[in-house]
Design a protein around this ligand. Structure first.
Ligand SMILES: [Zn+2]
Length: 271
């Protein structure tokens, strides 16, 4: 399970609150191999820079510095940015430590799929972001619905997971949005009516907002910058609930593999 929009946005807000206006005085590199450029070059591009903002696009965190440079960070499966005190002792799987006057941020990644990648200016950043579809929380439901028209034979679940279609949705919220909409994730796009696409798009926005309000979902790995779990896990209707009764109709939730991912739905509520 990978952090999705609500989890990454939670981390963004917390990092922004801690780091905006702070200068990175020192960077400790504990484990190399997942930063671009590698090793001392990455460190040299960050030390002495002042954080203007921490932003987000899709599931990418964007550390913007006041000189226009910065880096993007992708948490992938197990990457974490953790706020720690200045006297923190490095732990296993810590890769980088960013030190400011008042605190430090650890980049830790157990499974090493995550990465940080520097950019020199706005044009370089733009080139890292070109492939993403619209941001669901700031797009209208009608705009999102228009993304779910083609290719007609595409399976709904696959379309929802595709970051070029709509940005930020992953396995959890794809399944939850389908359940809220009464649509099976196995549906082909061509079988969806205009009303169904609009309902689904509205529910995508609703479920992402509801989860964000509870700092996201922790089903196994995700932790926010304070090491806290996301509270939305208690409100999941289908994800991770295979065999358990649907909270709406009590039918057992089914699980199948779709688009290469474990997919959960209620055979009674979803058509
Ligand atoms: Zn049901």
């Amino acid at each position: 399970m990978m952090p999705e929009l609500p989890e990454v946005e939670t981390v963004r807000r917390q990092l922004h609150a801690a780091l905006a206006g702070q200068t990175i005085l020192k960077v400790a590199l504990y484990l190399t191999g997942r930063e671009v450029p590698a090793g001392p070059l990455f460190v040299a591009g960050v030390v002495g820079k002042t954080v203007e903002s921490i932003d987000r696009r899709a599931k990418l965190l964007i550390w913007r510095f006041t000189d226009g440079s910065g880096f993007v960070g992708h948490l992938k499966m197990t990457g974490k940015f953790l706020l720690v005190p200045l006297d923190y002792t490095p732990a296993k799987h810590d890769r980088l430590k960013f030190i400011t006057k008042s605190s430090a941020v650890i980049w830790n990644d157990v499974r090493k799929f995550g990465y940080v990648k520097a950019f020199a200016n706005a044009a370089e950043l733009e080139s890292l972001l070109t492939s993403y579809g619209p941001e669901p929380l700031i797009s209208t439901a009608a705009d999102l619905a228009s993304r779910l028209l083609t290719p007609k034979t595409r399976v709904l679940k696959a379309a929802l997971l595709d970051q070029t279609v709509i940005a930020g949705i992953g396995n959890i919220y794809a399944d939850e949005a389908c359940h809220r909409s009464g649509l099976r994730p196995t549906r082909r796009l061509s079988t969806l009516s205009a009303a169904q696409r609009l309902t689904l798009s509205t529910e995508i926005k609703n479920v992402l907002s509801a989860s964000l309000a509870l700092n996201g979902t922790t089903s196994n790995n995700y932790l926010d910058v304070n090491g806290e779990r996301g509270g939305f896990v208690d409100f999941l209707q289908v994800y991770g609930r295979a065999g358990q009764p649907c909270r709406t109709c009590a039918s057992p939730i089914k699980k199948l593999t779709l688009a290469g991912r474990g997919t959960h739905y209620c055979p009674q509520c979803q058509k």
